[in-house]
Design a protein around this ligand. Structure first.
Ligand SMILES: [Zn+2]
Length: 411
């Protein structure tokens, strides 16, 4: 079978073509791979995703480069008969997007070579952005932005991009940006006066078509610098998203976009201080609250006894109290001698429980907690003198605490 003639090699902007079906085979139930004598569809490869489009109106969802069978067009449903002439149509916006990212990558990669002698090791087109891994040592935002600036200048100079074919011997004499990945004759992509690279992908006619390049983020990864960038339409889409969220945040501060980083940093710092202040006040409040609860427990119980030892039992259920505050109160209570604290709280949709006793009071808080958590449909545990837990069955909270109190009182 002769290899598929690749029309995208000659013209990356060809989006309609006629071709003859030379084979078709069902791959997975309902999905058929169609082979044509020629195609303008670019198959997945070289970090660039496949084109999509239609064949005689049938949806082409992916194209695969098969070493033996050529370009496989994956379609759903009944495939056209072998021998049929079909009309192929490429989804132009998807192709243009891929060309912008891919051509943009040629330009940006050469920018890193020109400025820092830093070659690109790999390239990926992702859903919303692209990634290159560059051998760039000691990267900073400033050095990366210098390469981006050079790349954008090359884009706005609207340089010609041309295709040529050379033998591997001829290629060995040329200043190629990267080593050819294959043997034999080579397809070279030249960006006028800037870059010369062997490549089988689809490229813009002129650099201006790439529009612009912007870096979204970068990080050190496996000894390389991984740079996430967007080109062309993706840069505009990314600007819109970024602007939307920046304006939403600015709206919360009733300020301009540019002022929000400082305002947010100040708010976070204030929040930390407030948090520390609240915890301090809670400690003070817990001491007072503990005194009141102990006084009330003493008044209610008279000379209640626990087993053989005298101990005061504080039993309380609170509304809207978080686990940390509840624990704080329990610890303050058991600072007092011969004290047992059986505390519960409703915290949003959950029940929180803390059982604690002073060192000189009797009882196994951990065992009590296991029983309580079983009632609350939750989990918890700890030590004989301090246990914490909770569950989602908030309605049983009062009952679980009362049950623990009965056990402690020996009832
Ligand atoms: Zn290329």
């Amino acid at each position: 079978m002769p290899p598929t003639e690749r029309l995208y090699y000659q013209d990356s902007h060809l989006i309609e073509f006629d071709a003859q079906v030379i084979a078709n085979s069902e791959r997975v139930s309902g999905w058929t791979a169609v082979t044509l004598d020629r195609t303008a569809f670019y198959p997945t490869g070289g970090g660039q995703p496949s084109d999509t489009g239609t064949l005689n109106g049938l949806r082409v969802v992916e194209c695969i480069d098969d070493a033996e069978e050529g370009v496989l067009h994956v379609i759903q449903g009944r495939a056209p008969e072998v021998g049929t002439i079909v009309k192929g149509r490429i989804d132009w916006l998807r192709r243009l997007d891929h060309m912008q990212q891919h051509t943009g990558q040629h330009i940006l990669s050469q920018g890193f070579v020109k400025l820092f002698n830093a070659p690109t090791r790999s390239f990926r087109v992702l859903d919303e952005s692209c990634e290159i891994d560059v051998s760039l040592h000691n990267p900073t935002s400033e050095t990366i932005e210098r390469a981006v600036e050079l790349a954008n200048n090359v884009i706005w100079e609207n340089r010609m991009i041309t295709i040529s074919h050379v033998t591997s011997r001829e290629a060995s004499e040329l200043p190629l940006r990267k080593e050819p990945a294959r043997e034999g004759d080579l397809r070279l992509i030249e960006i006028e006066g800037f870059d010369l690279t062997p490549c089988g992908g689809t490229h813009a006619y002129q650099t201006g078509e790439v529009g612009m390049i912007a870096v979204r983020s970068w990080e050190r990864a496996k000894g390389l610098t991984r740079i996430e960038f967007v080109a062309g339409m993706r840069a505009l889409a990314d600007y819109r998203r970024a602007n939307k969220s920046a304006r939403a945040i600015a709206g919360l501060f009733s300020a301009g976009r540019a002022e929000t980083p400082e305002l947010a940093a100040r708010m976070i710092e204030e929040n930390k201080q407030l948090y520390r202040r609240v915890r301090n006040l809670e400690e003070i409040a817990a001491r007072i609250e503990a005194e009141e609860l102990l006084a009330r427990a003493a008044a209610e119980a008279g000379n209640a006894t626990v087993g053989s030892a005298d101990a005061r039992i504080v039993v309380e259920v609170f509304d809207n109290r978080d686990a940390e505050s509840l624990k704080q109160l329990a610890l303050t209570l058991i600072n007092h001698p011969k004290t047992i604290a059986l505390l519960g709280a409703r915290d949003k949709d959950a029940a929180r429980v803390v059982f604690a006793r002073s060192a000189d009071a009797p009882g196994d808080m951990n065992a009590l907690m296991r029983d309580a958590c079983a009632m609350l449909d939750g989990r918890g545990g700890g030590k004989p003198d301090l246990a914490q837990g909770g569950g989602k069955n908030v309605e049983k909270l009062g009952e679980a605490i009362a049950q623990a109190a009965r056990v402690v009182r020996g009832e």
